[in-house]
Design a protein around this ligand. Structure first.
Ligand code: GRF
Length: 188
């Protein structure tokens, strides 16, 4: 029986697309029960609909209201895992505690370096020669949870922020699918 997941996304949803593609191509044995967004215009919602995955939009700006609805949608979906993919809200400590070690996130840096927003830009401006991406469990902090797996991405002499960003996204898509596969196989 395949593992069940809910994906939370606020934006483009390219990581979600990588998951949808991997499932369709039998590279990932998982069932995406629902895609939930806080943004009505999130392209992730379109990708979910095209992939015949149920969607929910929860637009409330009030955290308690938002999380109550989120918990209800998650319960109804029956998803065992909560997969954050470009989800731009911070989940409250009680919500995280209620789903301890069941929420994963991807972040475009080699955490603990460059947490928070615009991590690719932060690394670029810092002038490092190497950055990367991290999949981690979500805890009460911002990008502080236990690290599951990382991929390094070299910053090459001819890179621009745009070429680096493109390579980073490619690395993210591969890493996230790989970690979700490990989850589905019960190896993490
Ligand atoms: C990714 O870079 C992810 O690491 C970060 O937000 C971005 C989401 O991209 N948390 P997408 O919506 O999956 O295309």
């Amino acid at each position: 029986m395949s593992v069940t997941m809910a994906v939370l996304a606020s934006g483009n949803g390219s990581n979600l697309q990588a998951m949808i593609d991997a499932i369709r191509e039998h590279r990932l044995d998982a069932e995406l029960r629902i895609v939930i967004s806080d943004q009505p215009k999130a392209y992730a919602l379109e990708r979910a609909k095209a992939g015949k995955i149920p969607t929910a939009l929860i637009a409330s700006k009030e955290r308690a209201v938002f999380e109550q609805e989120l918990a209800s949608q998650l319960r109804q979906s029956g998803a065992e895992w909560i997969v954050l993919a470009g989800f731009m809200r911070i989940l409250s400590a009680p919500f995280v505690a209620a789903h301890r070690n069941r929420i994963v996130n991807i972040h475009p840096s080699l955490l603990p370096l460059f947490p928070g927003k615009d991590a690719i830009g932060q690394a670029w401006r810092a002038g490092v020669t190497e950055t990367g991406c991290t999949v981690h469990y979500v805890d009460e902090g911002v990008d502080t949870g236990p690290i599951i797996r990382q991929t390094k991405v070299a910053i090459q002499p001819g890179d621009t922020l745009e070429t680096l960003t493109e390579r980073m996204h490619h690395a993210e898509h591969q890493l996230y699918v790989e970690v979700l596969r490990m989850i589905s196989e019960g190896t993490i």
